[in-house]
Design a protein. Structure first.
Lengths: 334, 334
């Protein structure tokens, strides 16, 4: 195994210069840097990065906390974060918190407190009404935030996008619009429910409890919630689902119960995961800018880590309204 | 911020004992360990783990190399790896190599060589015919291996599972069976193609080039490949797709071209991703044991890192044959 001395000899510079080139390259002339780099390649030297990072008190590592990495919305944001992190010389530690288990999150918070990571990107939406789970001393950015997120965040306007979707259903003549929500204390579910209610209120339609079913963002829960609607004496003519997975599950139930989508019941999703355009019928949904969310969250976190000022504490990105085949005019029922 | 001295004072032991408790707890009496632990909690001390790991020459971090984290098969294996790693006190660095880009893989290999990580779990299948990309000096285990994987690996019998699937289609009376493969140099595609050919040969059916379409494991490619079959003078009565995504894409094309699935054409998948049971019709497929693959790969990697002997270099896990609605008897065509 070659040493730093071998590199210095090969490069014709001092050991101190090689060391400086590795720890503070900005303090070394470009000519010396080039010599050192060539020598490192030639002698096959692997600097002990762990030792180097120890000296610089940076781990060049960030943690991504995700409630469920198998959810395609999150895995797309993570891919974008990883891509940007790599461009910036950072590695990404994956913290799957299994739907936000507090103990698991705390283990990752400790990694930052103990300097094994420099900061956190939190994908679980978190409202300040729920209290803090991540201490102020830990650099943290929310990449899929909600209204009243504590700390810096990137998000879309979940309430506004949901209102637009329900407005659209109302414009198609729907008056009984069911909603399949996420768990009711989930901040995304809270924001999207607010949009649903605003739209109904604006159109003068009543909010009816029997038209609300609580899911948990999984396909399985969408499947079950749709059964609840099928069993009503007067089923809804449209269902607003708070994510695409629940819409996909709901469509399966509706078909199995003899309802045609959209002729008998329209169904809408949220997120525009890759399967949204491949299910039958293809889903009308809201596309979230996952690529941009990941990239901007990483850039924002680096500014927090480096104690640079943020242009704004919160960035609200545009979402896209996508009309496909799962929605149509309201059916007139006897 | 409290220091190691505060901990020692609180615990009533020497600084050296606290230090030993942190770096080599096995050398400290249980009574002293308990005192130190209590004191750490009380004074709120965060040991500088980076420094500690530097001393122990372990990073307690592994890298997972994945061709595409948004592929649900891979994200399920990763969730299981992360779960097991956390139980064992290890963190998981995510290396999305964008379908195996060599340069990106090498950056992560260097992390192990420079001791920022202790080993690698490789999710991209790799056959030794392709040469090595990861040096022998780097601890590495393959979690979704293929035949002739170089190095320790966990895998299913891709060839045997594919042969079973095609045997099943033949038993339903199908004689013209199309195949939508992955990229033809992908080791999973090679193994699964071998199973397809074995099944045809055993049944005395010819291997016909016009019945082979090369996809790349994405839904989009499945959609395109199915068009190729629809345009044949004599289309196949069944299509064996090498993963579920391509099957989902193919079904969309078939429906749009007026073919009923399975009445006109049967379609089969591979992997059993969560969407397989929610698409219409639900997919007949091969379930891979993602949970077990991730867990076993992590355990195997820890043995390699710790230089412990492996019971076997390769573990071939059972897969599950799942018959759903996308397959049926061959249609007799004029």
């Amino acid at each position: 195994m070659s040493s730093i001395r071998d590199v210095a000899r090969e490069a014709g510079v001092s050991v101190a210069t090689v060391s400086r080139a590795l720890s503070s390259p900005e303090k070394v002339s470009p000519a010396s840097l080039a010599k050192v780099q060539t020598a490192i390649d030639k002698v096959g030297y692997s600097p002990n990065m762990l030792a180097r990072n120890f000296r610089s008190a940076r781990s060049y590592t960030i943690v991504v906390l995700v409630p469920d990495i198998t959810n395609p919305f999150y895995s797309q944001v993570i891919r974008s974060i990883e891509d940007r992190a790599q461009q910036k010389g950072y590695a990404v530690l994956l913290g799957d918190t299994r739907r936000g288990e507090a103990e698991r999150e705390q283990e990752y918070v400790r990694r930052v407190e103990t300097r094994l990571a420099d900061g956190i990107i939190q994908l679980r939406p978190h409202s300040e009404k729920q209290g803090h789970t991540i201490p102020n001393s830990v650099a943290c950015v929310h990449a899929a935030g909600c209204e009243l997120t504590y700390g810096p965040s990137i998000r879309i306007d979940n309430r506004g996008a949901s209102k637009n979707m329900v407005d659209y259903l109302i414009s198609l003549g729907h008056k009984r619009i069911g909603v399949i929500s996420g768990l009711k204390d989930n901040p995304h579910a809270i924001d999207r429910m607010a949009g649903y209610k605003e739209s109904l209120a604006e159109a003068g339609l009543p909010f009816e409890k029997e038209l609300v079913a609580e899911g948990d963002f999984t396909m399985w829960s969408g499947l079950n919630c749709a059964h609840q609607f099928c069993n009503l004496a007067n089923p809804p003519t449209a269902i607003f689902c708070m994510n695409d997975e629940m819409a996909i599950g709901a469509i399966q139930t509706l078909k199995s119960q003899g309802f045609r989508v959209p002729e008998d019941i329209s169904v809408t999703g949220f997120d525009d995961i890759p399967y949204a355009r491949y299910c039958d019928p293809a889903l009308t949904t809201i596309a979230q800018p996952t690529e941009e969310m990941g990239k901007m969250a990483m850039d924002m976190l680096l500014r927090v880590i480096n104690s640079e000022p943020l242009a704004q504490r919160e960035s609200v990105l545009p979402s896209e309204f996508i009309i496909r085949k799962s929605t149509g005019p309201a059916k007139q029922r006897g």
